[in-house]
Design a protein around this ligand. Structure first.
Ligand SMILES: O=C(O)C1=C[C@@H](OP(=O)(O)O)[C@@H](O)[C@H](O)C1
Ligand SMILES: C=C(OP(=O)(O)O)C(=O)O
Length: 438
């Protein structure tokens, strides 16, 4: 699909969609709990549907309700009282890295005999060293390095060792899986943890379902930071109902468009005290020079004179494409550091952010693992490719608001991965988008 966008500033109010990261975690916990859970979730997307599909393949039942979902957990075996996954299940993770990295350890802990499939770049995205830890703890994984991937055998409780700098999803995946085992386990993470707020989201979901995790921080013998997550073996207990909060990662596109425009943009339905790290988009926009207003459950960004500054992507990798669009029209130089993990997302986002913003007239370059962006007054517009990456498609659409000529985005259907309503909301904010077949 091609999105043809006529340059125009955006303004107005849109409601936040449901947080994909929070939804993955709450739906998984609900499927592993001791009873039915109602999950209020006002929107869905391809990635959330992938997680639902995988849980259903393992034996959970997910009913669609008016406000969201009613999740019936994977049944327990009468004989042993433990959760019993359906044998021979195929878990189609679509293009969702979170789904694969969360459901693989979950399937291993259930002792499922399962096959994982997926699409797009998912098979190339790393699973190492999570996979090696699962193998060392009793699972037989075949087909590593691509998809399909199969698992057999049941994970044993114990100590799992992971580095902190590959993907926080490995740590979240193990945290979600280990309560299934009903015995104490420890996850030991060495080095500085990147994407750390996503682990906080996982711990929050576990706590909601009665699983408490003790976190110890300190240093290993070699002086490196070491974080230990200690699980005491307590199982998931349903609280009856839970609610998925608004998504800051996707609200960020509108808030950034607000900073780049001439009038305010408000996103409603957001928790201002959320554990989502991407809430820091507000702090970043304030450093750029935009004015921020916080009210109950909503954030508003007013344009200001934007100027570049230096920031780290360590805890906010998903904000990098859209913050780069803001930086493209901010005076002076912006440096976004610690971007190495962007290479292993739906596309190599260091490359695709640079290439596509440059195609639209920006001045962006990669220096080692950093992005260096020299601001220009206006972008030129032109043709951009989404590279099958939702955040690149949405970045280009936001860049169009400050282009002198129209922007054409090829592969615009990529937005469906996290935000099927994206172009509808773009129009609701006054944007002019026509969609056509490629
Ligand atoms: O746990 C999560 O929900 C996510 C963690 C992050 O990945 P990494 O930990 O691999 O950086 C983030 O980029 C991804 O979009 C969602
Ligand atoms: C990287 C993302 O998701 P995932 O890793 O779950 O595919 C994302 O939503 O930008």
């Amino acid at each position: 699909m091609i999105a043809h966008i006529a340059p125009a500033h955006l303004a107005g109010t849109v409601p936040a969609i449901a947080s994909k990261s929070v939804a993955h975690r709450l739906i998984i916990a609900a499927a592993l709990a001791n009873g039915v859970t109602d999950v209020t979730c006002n929107t869905s997307c391809a990635d959330i549907e992938a997680t639902i599909r995988c849980l259903e393949a393992l034996g959970a039942k997910v009913e669609r309700a008016e406000q969201g979902l009613r999740v019936h957990p994977i049944p327990k075996s009468q004989e042993h009282g433990i959760l019993r996954a359906l044998a021979g299940a195929t878990l189609d993770c679509g293009e969702s890295g979170s789904t694969l990295r969360f459901m693989l350890p979950v399937a291993c802990a259930l002792g499922a005999d399962a096959t994982f499939t997926g699409a797009g770049r998912l098979g190339e995205r790393p699973l190492s060293p999570l996979a090696e830890e699962l193998i060392a703890a009793g699972c037989d994984l075949q087909g590593l390095g691509s998809l399909p991937l199969t698992t057999k055998g049941r994970l044993r409780a114990g100590t799992f060792k992971l580095p902190g700098n590959v993907s926080s999803q490995y740590i979240s995946g193990l945290l979600l899986a280990l309560p299934i085992l009903g015995q104490p386990s420890v996850i030991e993470v060495t080095g500085t943890i990147e994407s750390k707020p996503y682990i906080a989201l996982t711990l929050q979901a576990l706590e909601t379902f009665g699983v408490s995790v003790r976190v110890e921080t300190g240093a290993a013998l070699d002086g490196q930071p070491r974080t230990r997550y200690l699980l005491d073996g307590s199982p998931y207990r349903t609280p009856g109902s839970v609610s998925v909060e608004g998504d800051w990662s996707n609200a960020a596109f509108w808030l950034c468009a607000g900073a780049m425009g001439t009038e305010c943009i408000t996103v409603s339905g957001l928790s201002l005290s959320s554990a989502q790290g991407d809430r820091n988009v507000l702090a970043a926009l304030s450093c750029f020079g935009a004015r921020i207003r916080r009210s109950t459950g909503a954030a508003t960004v007013q344009p200001g004179t934007l100027h570049g500054f230096t920031l780290s992507a360590r805890d906010v990798p998903d904000l990098v494409p859209v913050l780069s669009a803001v930086a493209s029209v901010a005076k002076g130089t912006t440096v976004i550091r610690d971007c190495s993990r962007l290479r292993i997302k739906e596309s190599d986002r260091l490359q695709t952010t640079t290439k596509e913003l440059c195609n639209l007239g920006a001045r962006v370059r990669i220096v080692d693992d950093d992005l260096v962006i020299e601001g220009v007054d206006e972008l030129s517009g032109g043709v951009a490719c989404a590279h099958n990456d939702h955040r690149i498609a949405m970045m280009a659409a936001v860049a169009a608001t400050r282009s002198s000529e129209p922007v054409e985005i090829h592969g615009a259907e990529a937005v469906n991965k996290s935000y099927p309503l994206f172009f509808e909301h773009y129009r609701a904010l006054g944007g002019s988008v026509a969609l056509s077949e490629e």
